[in-house]
Ligand binder design. Structure first.
Ligand SMILES: Nc1ncnc2c1ncn2[C@@H]1O[C@H](COP(=O)(O)OP(=O)(O)OP(=O)(O)O)[C@@H](O)[C@H]1O
Ligand SMILES: [Mg+2]
Length: 340
C-alpha cells in the first residue's frame, strides 16, 4: 500500500470550500410519532483535492448526509451549496456533484453495455457528441480507471465483469460529467478484500489528477485514516468528533470514537465476514432507530445512554471543545481543553 498522504499536509490548507454544508438537518417522518432526526445541524466544507472521511456505525446518518449532498433527499433545514456559487441550478449542481454507490451491481443496468453507461453522461453533459468523438471519450474514461483494453471492456455488460471492474465502471461514469465533488458511500465494502485497496488507491489517484473534493463514507477507520486528511465521526445524526485523521483515529477524544477505534473491524475481513457484519449492522440499526426515536428531541448528549464516562451534566447539550489543532469533540469531558 502506498502512503496516500505522503505528499499532502495533514490538513489541506486551501481556503475556499467547493461544497459548503451549513446547518444541515434531515428529519424523516415516522408513522404515528415524532419525526426521526437523521442529521442534526451539520456544517462542514469540502475542499478541492481533499478527502474527508465520514465514519460512524450503522444508522448514524452517513448515507442521509450523502443523499442530501447529492440532492436526492431534501433537507428539513439548512443549506448545501457549491462554494462561491450559491444559486446553482439543478442540472449544473448534479453535474458538479457525483456519487459512487456501495453496490456497483445494483447501480449499473444489467441490460446495457459499459459503453452505454459511459456514453450517456458524456453526451448528456455535452462532453462528447454522438459518433467517433464519443468513442474516444469513452475509451479515455475506461483507460483512466485502468479498464483495458478499452474496446473490449466497452462491449461488456455488467454481469461479464468482476465486482472490482464494475466499481471501476461506476467510478468512470461518475467522472464522465467532470464533477468537482465526488461522494463515495462505502465504495468498497461490498468488494472482495483483495481489491479494496486497489479501488481506494484508484479513487485517490483520480482525486489528485482532477483536483476533486472527495467525501469518503466508511466504517473502516484504517482506510479512513490512510486515505483522508480529515475525519468526521457521526453518532445519531450528530458529528461528535472531527479533526485531522491521525489525531482523531490515533488519539480519539470522544468516548464514542474511542469505542469505535477499539471495536474497529479490520480491512482484511473476507466478503462473507463483511456480509455477516452488514447483517449485524442492519440489526443494530433497527435497534438504534427504535432507541433514537425515544431520545430524539430530549436534548443532551446523544451518546449518553451508552457512554462509559456518563455524568449528570451530559443531560445538557455538550459544548464543542477544542482538543488539539483543528480537532474538536462534542463532549463535557473536554470542556476545559485536552486531558492531561
Ligand atoms: N427513507 C427513510 N425513511 C425513514 N427513515 C430513514 C430513511 N432512510 C434512513 N432512515 C433512518 O435514518 C437513520 C440514518 O440512516 P442512514 O441510512 O443515513 O445511516 P447510515 O449511517 O448510512 O447507516 P449504514 O452504515 O447502515 O449505511 C437510521 O435510523 C435510518 O433507519
Ligand atoms: Mg449508509
Amino acid at each position: 500500500m502506498t502512503d496516500a498522504r505522503s505528499s499532502a499536509p495533514a490538513v489541506d490548507p486551501s481556503p475556499a470550500p467547493v461544497l459548503e454544508v451549513s446547518d444541515l438537518t434531515v428529519d424523516y417522518p415516522q408513522r404515528g410519532g415524532r419525526p426521526l432526526r437523521a442529521v442534526d445541524h451539520l456544517s462542514f466544507g469540502l475542499r478541492a483535492g481533499q478527502t474527508l472521511a465520514l465514519v460512524g456505525e450503522s444508522g448514524s446518518g452517513k448515507s442521509t448526509v450523502v443523499r442530501a449532498l447529492a440532492r436526492l433527499q431534501r433537507p428539513s433545514s439548512g443549506t448545501v451549496q457549491l462554494g462561491g456559487r450559491p444559486r446553482t441550478g439543478a442540472a449544473a449542481y448534479r453535474r458538479e456533484v457525483q456519487m459512487v454507490f456501495q453496490d456497483p451491481f445494483a447501480s449499473l443496468n444489467p441490460a446495457h453495455t459499459v459503453d452505454h453507461h459511459l456514453r450517456r453522461p458524456l453526451i448528456a453533459t455535452g462532453r462528447a457528441r454522438r459518433g467517433a468523438p464519443a468513442d474516444a471519450a469513452v475509451r479515455e474514461l475506461l483507460e483512466s480507471v485502468n479498464l483495458t483494453p478499452a474496446a473490449d471492456m466497452a462491449a461488456k455488460r455488467p454481469h461479464e465483469l468482476s465486482g472490482g471492474q464494475r466499481q471501476r465502471v461506476a467510478i468512470a461514469r461518475a467522472l464522465a460529467p467532470e464533477p468537482r465533488i465526488l461522494l463515495a458511500d462505502e465504495p468498497v465494502s461490498m468488494l472482495d478484500v483483495s481489491i479494496r485497496l486497489e479501488i481506494l488507491n484508484l479513487l485517490d489517484q483520480l482525486k489528485r489528477r482532477h483536483g476533486l473534493a472527495l467525501l469518503y463514507v466508511t466504517h473502516d477507520l484504517a482506510t479512513a485514516r490512510h486515505f483522508s486528511s480529515e475525519v468526521m465521526v457521526m453518532y445519531r445524526g450528530t458529528v461528535v468528533e472531527r479533526g485531522p485523521s491521525d489525531a482523531v483515529i490515533l488519539n480519539p477524544a470522544h468516548p464514542y470514537t474511542r469505542l469505535l477505534a477499539e471495536s474497529a473491524p479490520s480491512t482484511g475481513a473476507s466478503r462473507e465476514q463483511a456480509r455477516a457484519a452488514r447483517r449485524e449492522r442492519l440489526d443494530q440499526r433497527a435497534r438504534r432507530t427504535a432507541e433514537q426515536r425515544e431520545t430524539t428531541a430530549e436534548g443532551g448528549c446523544p451518546f449518553r445512554g451508552r457512554c462509559p464516562s456518563v455524568m449528570d451534566i451530559c443531560a445538557q447539550r455538550p459544548p464543542v471543545a477544542a482538543v488539539g489543532a483543528g480537532h474538536q469533540a462534542l463532549c463535557w469531558l473536554h470542556r476545559e481543553g485536552p486531558e492531561h
